[in-house]
Ligand binder design. Sequence first.
Ligand SMILES: NC(=O)c1ccc[n+]([C@@H]2O[C@H](COP(=O)([O-])OP(=O)(O)OC[C@H]3O[C@@H](n4cnc5c(N)ncnc54)[C@H](OP(=O)(O)O)[C@@H]3O)[C@@H](O)[C@H]2O)c1
Ligand SMILES: [Zn+2]
Length: 335
Amino acid sequence: MRAVQVPRPGGPLELVEREIPEPGPGSVRVKVQACGICHSDSYTKGGLFPGMQYPRVPGHEVVGVVDAVGSGVAAWKAGDRVGIGWNGGYCGYCGNCRRGDFFACQTATHVTGITSDGGYADYLIARTEALARVPDDLGAVDAAPLMCAGVTTFNCLRNSGARGGDLVAVVGLGGLGHLGVQFAAKMGFRVAAIARGQDKAPLAKTLGAWRYIDNQAQDPSAELQHLGGAKVILATVTAADAMEAVIGGLAVNGTMMLIGAAGPISVSPVQLLRGRQSIKGWYSGIASDSEDTLAFSAISGVRSMNEIYPLERAAEAYERMMSGKARFRVVLTTS
Ligand SMILES: NC(=O)c1ccc[n+]([C@@H]2O[C@H](COP(=O)([O-])OP(=O)(O)OC[C@H]3O[C@@H](n4cnc5c(N)ncnc54)[C@H](OP(=O)(O)O)[C@@H]3O)[C@@H](O)[C@H]2O)c1
Ligand SMILES: [Zn+2]
């Protein structure tokens, strides 16, 4: 099979031939149809996750078809359409799992594309806890970006405390942000999209934004306060200064939900305590959250806007994502 691997931390993405892997107990082999490229793949590329082993195949926005099942697998069979996200499986019984901290499962930590090989390949092995069923009416290319960019923003918004009619700001209009704007609009929020430059304004409106704020030409905190203050700010940007610049736009009791993995941010405690505001981190979700995301998207019409590349051009596709020029997600296909 073909696989695109990172040979060493910081190394290039290289196309190689590998043996098709066999699924072990509790796992399935998935024939990959599409895999989105997420900014978090830079963790794999750069060796930025503790304890990583190389070579490693990135990719945690995977959609394909179950092709073979390992021993002890009852719920899945060859031919099932599945999606696999960042959370590549967990044991379900260690102390961390039992508290719901799947990210920190100690017994069987699997992060797709980080601790196990991901979807930049013709096949991958996935643990069954990681599998989400893909609705019939969602194609593989449409569904793939929903497995990380989608579930992260959808799951974050639905757990943010915002209610219909509230002002919700989405900062950053990349892979995650452009889905965040759509989900927020379909959930009934008044959506302010914040990005840099005027060129994204028409697209933001098309995606459902009520207002567009150019953070290079305007003070985003002041603009949000003019609109009444944001109940929730969904921060998907990759730049800490762009996050800091919007904190002042929170309403009383507002919450900034941090999704983007940016550098340290500084904030005035006085500013937060005066308005009883909070800043909270969020990571994607588990397979059932992905299934909810896929179902919501299928019904509501939320779709990722994608630029499609064949698997063998993964290195070019990755650079396209990193350039910030993609509108808005880059997706690899295997056929
Ligand atoms: N928490 C989680 O579970 C989770 C899940 C997935 C991803 N992430 C993280 O989320 C972040 C976004 O990922 P992604 O795949 O959406 O990346 P992306 O497609 O590269 O999008 C990032 C966006 O941030 C924008 N941006 C950067 N600096 C900005 C600034 N100063 N002002 C305004 N916009 C700015 C870029 O805009 P330009 O086009 O103007 O450059 C780009 O559109 C990454 O840090 C990623 O690691 C977290
Ligand atoms: Zn991701």
